[in-house]
Design a protein. Structure first.
Length: 323
């Protein structure tokens, strides 16, 4: 059945892929975005279609639409973006959640909220299950994002308990793929940009800190599966890849796949509160959604590098080109 679906942050990296997938399933999509960190080019191909509406609006301000579902993705999600204006980031997380929840309550519809692995901070438990409450510095430079997302989760569950709002909460682990902003500060985009330019890739610390990387197509599969899951399964649910790689391994893969002449070195000072290990326990996603990632890192990196070859890096500026 065709639905009217609101996607906040719909012109961003993940949002644009989600909009594209929903339209492909026959739904009518309203994409809400203020272009603080996103690109209009991400959805330019969708604007020409009949099932897509692009609305420039900031989720900090109230909004009203008549829709059947809400995906709340609006928030700067990469370090280079969320630390650029930390107060704006925090307001977007909290006020965006409040305004989205208010609309979901009024309409009696489901709302899926994209939270983050950053709610776990620099974890003392590995891999991280949803029951782990985290190790977050509430006054550090990453707190605007970490604590903003934690507060948004609190709002989701308080609206669910107090008002019966039909919530779905997903904790997203590192995701990559085409349409990543080249200057978003994420390791994948940083390394690809440097490798393509033949620049040396300098890693923080020893390069032995670990991450798990989920390809964007797998992530969109998970979001849609979560929205369609049984009513009582509210989450939060971890979504990410369980294959763990060191940052040094990632850099070497990118240099090899891209055919770059870049050299890889270590020793840059670690950023404050940067997690040393990050990997999800996805048992809940497997049991309740039947979901697990399919795309291997080398395959996903090859697709991402091919996309990077199609863009002009000069069209992108760090850290927030459109606001």
């Amino acid at each position: 059945m065709s639905k009217r679906v609101l996607v906040t942050g719909g012109a961003g990296f993940l949002g644009s892929h989600l909009c594209e997938r929903l339209i492909g399933q026959g739904h009518h999509v309203i994409c809400l975005d203020n272009f603080f960190t996103s690109q209009e080019s991400n959805v330019a191909h969708l604007v020409r279609g009949k099932n897509f509406e692009l609305v420039r609006h900031d989720v900090v301000e109230p909004f009203r639409f008549e829709v059947d579902e809400i995906y709340n993705l609006a928030c700067p999600a990469a370090p280079g973006h969320y630390q650029f204006n930390p107060i704006k980031t925090l307001k977007t997380s909290v006020m965006g959640a409040l305004n989205s929840l208010g609309l979901a309550r009024r309409l009696g519809i489901r709302i899926l909220h994209t939270s983050t692995s950053e709610v776990y901070g620099d974890p003392e438990v590995h891999p991280q299950p949803e029951s782990y409450r985290g190790n977050v510095n509430p006054i550090g430079p990453r707190a605007c994002y970490d604590e903003g997302k934690r507060a948004a989760e609190t709002l989701m569950f308080d609206y669910h308990r107090q008002h019966g709002v039909r919530i779905k909460v997903v904790r997203i682990f590192n995701t990559y793929g085409p349409r990543m902003h080249p200057f978003d500060g994420r390791v994948v985009s940083n390394f690809i940009r440097q490798a393509m330019a033949g620049e040396d890739i300098s890693l923080y610390g020893t390069g032995l800190q670990t991450r798990s990387f989920c390809y964007v197509d797998d992530m969109i599969d998970a979001l849609i599966a979560m929205m369609g899951s049984q009513e009582k399964f509210t989450g939060p649910v971890n979504v990410g890849n369980t294959d763990e790689f060191t940052v040094l391994e990632l850099a070497k893969h990118i240099v090899s796949i891209s055919g770059s002449s870049s050299k890889v070195s270590v020793g840059k000072p670690l950023p404050a509160d940067d997690p040393t290990r990050r990997c999800p326990d996805i048992s809940l996603a497997l049991a309740n959604l039947g979901w697990k990632p399919k795309v291997a890192l080398k395959d996903g990196l090859a697709r991402t590098i091919e996309w990077f070859k199609t863009i002009r890096i000069a069209d992108f500026k760090p850290p927030t080109p459109n606001y």
